[in-house]
Design a protein around this ligand. Structure first.
Ligand code: CP
Length: 323
C-alpha cells in the first residue's frame, strides 16, 4: 500500500485487495481469534460529514479487534471552525491515535492530511472523489456471491458525476477486467476528465454506445448509456449497482433510474440476466423501493453488514507488523 495510507482504491495493488478479501473471509467465519489483536491501539474516527455505516462499522471493527476508538462526529466541535489549518489538526491527532479514519466534504482535506501524518490514514470518503473502503466492501460482497470479482458485467446507475463510491468502484472493476455499463441519471454523467482518465489508464478497453438491453431500466435517457468493454462474455453474472442522488433532493424530483420488481422479473425472463445481484452503498432514496428488500437478488443489507469484517481486515493490514 502506498505509504501505508489508503486514499484511493488505486493505492492498493490487486494482490493487496485479494489479501484483504481472503482475511475478511476468515474473520467473517470466526472473529474470535482476532478479539485482542489491536488491544494496544487507538483508532481516531474523524467524520466531518454525516455517516451511518462507515463510521459505525469502523468503530465496531476496532472494538471487535480489542482496540479503542476516539470519535469526532461534528466538525463544529473541533478547532477547525476557529480557523485551525488541516496540517495542525492532523499533527495533533498523530499524538492521540495510532490510525486515522477521515471523512470530509473537501476532497483535498484527506490528501493534505497524509502529507503531515506519521500514522496510517484511511479515506472514509473525500468530497465527490473516492470512497475506497466502500469498494472493498463491495468487492468482498461480490466475491461472496460469485466466487470471483473478475470478468463480470457491472451496471452502474444513478449519480455518477458526484458519487464517490462509484468512482472508486469503477477503478476497481476495470482493474479486474469487468465490463461496465454506465447508466447515469440525466445531468449526472461521469465527468469527461474522469472518463478520459480511466480510458487512458485502461488502454485496451473500448468505449461503446449500445443501450438496447437496458431500455427498460432507463427508457428516457438512451443516448447517454454506454459500455466500457473488458471482455466479450455478456452472459457472465451481472452486478447492478444503484446509487442515490448525491444531495437531499428526492430522486422523484428528476427523471432518475430506479429498480423495482417488475424490472427484476423482466431481467430474469431474459437469459442474459439470469444471474445477477442488486447492490447499493446506501443510504437510498426511492431508487430501490422497500418492497425489493426481500427479493433474493437484493444484497445491499448484506453489503452493509460486510462493512465490519472488511474494515477489521483493513485495520489489521494497515497496523501490520506493529500488532
Ligand atoms: N455507504 C456509506 O458510505 O454510508 P454512510 O454515508 O452511512 O457511511
Amino acid at each position: 500500500m502506498k505509504n501505508n495510507n489508503l486514499i484511493s482504491i488505486n493505492d492498493l495493488s490487486n494482490e493487496e485487495i485479494f489479501n484483504i478479501i481472503h482475511l475478511t473471509k476468515k474473520i467473517k467465519a470466526n472473529k474470535y481469534p482476532y478479539r485482542n489483536i489491536a488491544s494496544r491501539f487507538i483508532l481516531g474516527n474523524l467524520f466531518f460529514q454525516p455517516s451511518t455505516r462507515t463510521r459505525g462499522s469502523f468503530e465496531s471493527a476496532m472494538l471487535h479487534l480489542g482496540g479503542n476508538v476516539i470519535n469526532v462526529n461534528d466538525i463544529n466541535t473541533t478547532s477547525i471552525v476557529k480557523g485551525e489549518a488541516v496540517q495542525d489538526t492532523i499533527r495533533m491527532w498523530d499524538n492521540y491515535a495510532d490510525i486515522l479514519v477521515l471523512r470530509h466534504s473537501n476532497e483535498n482535506f484527506v490528501k493534505e492530511a497524509q502529507g503531515v501524518s506519521t500514522i496510517p490514514i484511511i479515506n472514509a470518503g473525500n468530497g465527490e472523489d473516492e470512497h475506497p473502503t466502500q469498494t472493498l466492501v463491495d468487492l468482498f460482497t461480490i466475491m461472496c456471491e460469485f466466487d470471483t470479482i473478475e470478468h463480470l458485467n457491472f451496471v452502474i446507475c444513478g449519480d455518477l458525476k458526484r458519487g464517490r463510491a462509484v468512482h472508486s468502484l469503477i477503478h476497481a472493476a476495470l482493474r479486474f477486467n469487468n465490463n461496465i455499463m454506465l447508466v447515469p441519471a440525466n445531468g449526472y454523467e461521469l465527468s469527461s476528465s474522469f472518463l478520459n482518465n480511466i480510458l487512458n489508464q485502461h488502454k485496451g478497453k473500448s468505449l461503446m454506445r449500445d443501450y438496447s438491453s437496458l431500455d427498460k431500466l432507463y427508457p428516457n435517457k438512451k443516448e447517454e448509456i454506454y459500455y466500457i468493454k473488458s471482455h466479450a462474455d455478456w452472459s457472465a453474472p451481472y452486478v447492478f449497482y444503484m446509487t442515490r442522488l448525491q444531495n437531499n433532493t428526492p430522486s422523484t424530483d428528476i427523471n432518475y433510474p430506479y429498480i423495482d420488481k417488475h424490472l427484476v422479473l423482466d431481467f430474469r425472463n431474459k437469459d442474459l440476466y439470469n444471474n445477477f445481484i442488486l447492490m447499493h452503498p446506501l443510504p437510498r432514496h426511492n431508487e430501490i423501493p422497500e418492497h425489493m428488500d426481500e427479493n433474493t437478488h437484493s444484497k445491499y443489507f448484506q453489503q452493509a453488514a460486510n462493512g465490519v469484517p472488511v474494515r477489521m481486515a483493513l485495520i489489521i493490514d494497515m497496523l501490520g507488523t506493529t500488532l
